[in-house]
Design a protein around this ligand. Structure first.
Ligand SMILES: [Zn+2]
Length: 536
């Protein structure tokens, strides 16, 4: 039906019967798009710019409406190896300006493509996804009041999902995401509450659709979406994660990420006059989208609270007159294009382009596709590589497993404590191997850099080792670093390795790490963190 509607509009025919059947804005606010008008405009853009726009649904709402999305890029039908940027709107039903902001962005990226070199460069160099109304049931319900001072508006916020044992409907979709859901007093367990978080994380079909879409952008183990903005109203704010804590930088955020998240937010705010602050500076939220996007995937994720500034009434906050739409959406043009540009690698905004924006940047804080024992030929009987927070294990007063990483909470380590006991955790009986997901190298490529340690106790020998390899597209491995054991005690200490990668320029490669306990059983531990391939 939506496709037909788009075709009708392109043909200049008024789809009056369809529009009349759907809840609509009052005449004074007719410049706002209701749900069918929004759907028609998205499909009209696809019809007018088929090379640039692909419209699809990420799933259905509780009442069965489609959650519409568009991909905007050159060669839009092909999944190119380009950084991906995501925008979405209308988690909250009454926040109608957010739909206008996403439709405005769609127009900029399509209408201006032929005439604006910056827009063309960004559309050509990125894959941009827009999800237009995460909460379509609430969207329509909010326009359906027949009585009351503010009719047809209802000031509705949640989705329209029934709650067991209650006559109150709806879950706050922006409290239903699965990172630290319900942890910290930033949502409600009360079904009638506007911030009701649902009975479990992901209990709403709308958040599950978002979760599954974002998960679908993991290709070869790595999340392709680098940056994300979710539009809400109101307050003219740009919020960075986390919302669940007042701490500026809790343990689940690295120093480098904190610096880049803040600098990038301030860069955005400098372009639209909003105020940038940590999400929890507004108020504590838990189970919200940006905490999950960053916490689960390390996506640089922001909430934009759009026009108007805070008014202290729900009607003033969420129902500005439609005369404001054009100016208040266009006001964000520079900031939106800045997000698409710098969002490919926000570390750039902290001067870390060479080290942090190359073909591989892996702080090991989330799983980016490492596989243990990739060939099924490992001989180690204990102490296999795992990604995690290394335990502090010492023997004879010598640290054998570092209690720290070189960034954040996790690295690759050989066997952590088994049931809390250190005894069974070191490498035994042979070799354990871990291999990265493939990495595409350009014609110009900088060095491979990583942090590592090998620790061993008395009784070790040159048969014990830590080794690093580069594996080419044929599976052939080249040894690029080797540290052997020896009869002395060698406590764990982080060292830095640098390997020239020019021999593999233009190829698709993988990084392989090995730890070996050789001929006689001795105590061997190894660790790796912060694996990067730099720009030249
Ligand atoms: Zn909102």
């Amino acid at each position: 039906m939506a496709l037909t509607l788009g075709a009708l509009i392109l043909a200049g025919l008024a789809p009056a019967s369809v529009a009349a059947a759907s809840p609509d804005f009052p005449a004074k606010d007719s410049r706002f798009h209701n749900f069918p008008e929004m759907v028609a405009e998205i499909h009209a853009a696809e019809a007018a710019y088929p090379e640039l726009v692909d419209v699809f649904s990420i799933g259905q709402s509780h009442q069965g409406r489609e959650i519409w999305a568009a991909k905007i890029s050159d060669n839009v039908a092909v999944d190119e190896n380009e950084p991906e940027i995501l925008f979405d709107s209308l988690h909250h039903a009454r926040e109608h300006m957010t739909v206008e902001q996403t439709l405005y962005l769609l127009r900029v990226l399509t209408v201006d493509y032929a005439t604006d070199p910056q827009v063309k460069a960004l559309v050509d160099g990125r894959e941009i996804f827009i999800i237009f109304a995460v909460n379509p049931d609430g969207f329509e319900y909010d326009l359906s009041a027949t009585t009351g001072t503010h009719a047809p508006y209802r000031a509705w916020r949640k989705n329209r999902q029934p709650n067991a044992g209650s006559s109150y409907l709806g879950t706050d979709l922006n409290r239903n995401y699965g990172y630290r859901w319900g942890c910290c007093g930033g949502s409600s367990a009360t079904k009638s509450a506007n911030t009701y978080r649902g009975p479990t994380a992901w209990s709403a079909p709308e958040t599950r659709a978002m979760r599954d879409f974002v998960a679908s952008r993991v290709i070869d183990g790595r999340q392709q979406i680098k940056s994300h903005v979710t539009f809400h109203t109101n307050g003219e704010l740009i919020l960075w994660p986390y919302g669940y804590t007042k701490r500026n930088r809790p343990a689940d955020m690295t120093v480098d990420d904190y610096n880049a998240l803040v600098a990038f937010a301030k860069g955005q705010a400098g372009r639209n006059g909003y105020k940038a602050e940590q999400s929890s500076d507004l108020y504590i939220t838990d189970g919200d989208q940006i905490d999950w996007m960053y916490g689960a995937y390390r996506i640089f994720s922001y909430t934009w609270e759009l026009f108007p500034p805070e008014t202290a009434t729900v009607w003033g906050d969420h129902y500005p007159a439609d005369e404001h739409i054009a100016r208040q959406t266009a006001r964000n043009r520079k900031a939106l294009l800045f997000v698409i540009d710098v969002g490919a690698c926000p570390y750039r905004w902290t001067g870390r382009t060479r080290t942090h924006c190359g073909p591989l940047f892996d702080d090991l804080e989330v799983n980016r596709g490492w596989v243990v024992n990739p060939d099924g030929t490992d001989t180690a009987t204990a102490g296999a590589w795992e990604r995690g927070n290394p335990d502090a294990i010492s023997r004879s007063y010598q640290m054998t497993q570092m209690g720290t990483t070189t960034s954040g909470l996790a690295g690759l380590v050989t066997g952590r404590k088994v049931n809390g006991a250190a005894s069974a955790s070191d490498v035994d009986g042979g070799t354990t191997t871990v291999r990265s997901a493939p990495v595409v190298l350009g014609a110009g490529v900088g060095a491979l850099q990583f942090r590592y340690y090998l620790a061993h106790q008395l009784g070790s020998s040159g048969a014990d080792a830590f080794r690093a390899y580069v594996e080419d597209g044929t599976g052939a491995r080249t040894l690029v670093l080797e540290e052997l054991g020896g009869p002395e005690v060698d406590a764990a200490a982080w060292a830095t390795a640098r390997v020239a990668m020019t021999p593999w320029a233009g190829q698709t490669i993988r990084i392989v790490f090995e730890a070996t306990d050789g001929d006689t059983d001795s105590l061997v531990e190894a660790g790796v963190d912060d694996v990067r391939i730099e720009r030249p």
